[in-house]
Design a protein around this ligand. Structure first.
Ligand SMILES: [Zn+2]
Length: 290
């Protein structure tokens, strides 16, 4: 009943970018000013962990370093519940606006905070707002230097904020400066629509598309032997959370259909099997060895 894919051995990957309501990369949003002003973050995280427990799903939580400082107990409870804690950077700055040195310091600080809290090695990284793009692809070398095993920051689409439209769409070792890196790239899931790649299983796309469409796309990926990745933010399951003041277009992208998202997520989590990215890579490498 749980797994509707004919390929029952294909698991899907569940990820949450673990941050507060104001962590967004719009010009007028002052992140430092919003910090510490209160939010429903704890209740949202309780809700997500409960959902995982009720459906038997495991997830990767990409946690900001500043969240580790402000909510250490929440980060520990993620690990206690058997999920993976990975890094979302320290302060939610767009990676392509940071120099390589600043990027390095930001990731390193977050990893150190999270490892001290959990006592476990941070294996993965996801940049805020998918901000590893063509022009800063070489930042992946920095992640490799920091001992990160996988990056999950590349979205093979083109939008005004992010994306590498012709990036590989399956897990691979990326090439930078003519060298294959010793880390995995885990690109965000896309489907082909009108000749273009488009997201379907996370954030705005997950909120925008109806349940049957998302379900079909995941089934299609699974039939090809590929796993689909779902990503959401804690604020996206909470219609009562306070809201940023945004332009009409930004507000549509940021808040569209939040009211229906938790139920949709619950249906998808009941219909498919989800595991963390680290667990998937572990199984993948084990399969390759045997
Ligand atoms: Zn984020």
């Amino acid at each position: 009943m749980i797994n509707i894919s004919p390929h029952t051995n294909v698991c899907n990957l569940l990820t949450f970018d673990t941050e507060e309501w104001f962590h967004a990369n719009y010009d007028r949003v002052n992140l430092a000013e919003c910090r510490g002003k209160g939010s429903n973050f704890r209740q949202q995280m309780d809700g997500l962990l409960q959902l995982c427990s009720d459906t038997g799903c495991k997830a990767t939580f990409f946690v900001l370093g500043c969240i580790g400082e402000d909510y250490p107990d929440v980060v520990r409870s993620i690990v206690r519940s058997g999920h993976e804690v990975a890094s979302h950077g320290y302060s939610h700055q767009l990676a392509y606006t940071q120099t390589r040195e600043v990027f390095r310091a930001d990731v390193k600080k977050s990893v150190s905070i999270l490892e001290n809290l959990t006592g476990m090695k941070v294996q993965g990284y996801r940049a805020p707002s998918w901000s590893i793009v063509e022009k800063n692809l070489h930042y992946l070398e920095t992640l490799e230097e920091l001992g990160i095993s996988y990056d999950a920051s590349i979205f093979p689409v083109k939008t005004f904020l992010y994306g590498i439209p012709d990036a590989p769409t399956t897990i691979h070792h990326p090439r930078v400066n003519g060298r294959e890196l010793n880390l995995f790239e885990v690109p965000m899931s896309v489907t082909r629509l009108f000749g273009k790649n488009i997201g379907y299983s996370g954030g705005f796309y997950f909120r925008f598309f109806p349940h049957f469409f998302i379900k079909q796309c995941i089934q299609r990926a699974n039939r090809r032997g590929e796993n689909a990745i779902v990503y959401l933010h804690p604020r996206e399951i909470d219609a009562e959370e306070r809201r940023l003041s945004l332009s009409w277009k930004e507000a549509f992208i940021h808040f569209h259909n939040i009211r229906g998202t938790k139920d949709k997520l619950e249906r998808i989590m009941k219909e498919f099997t989800f595991i963390s990215i680290a667990e998937h890579l572990r199984r993948m490498q084990q399969d390759q060895r045997s």
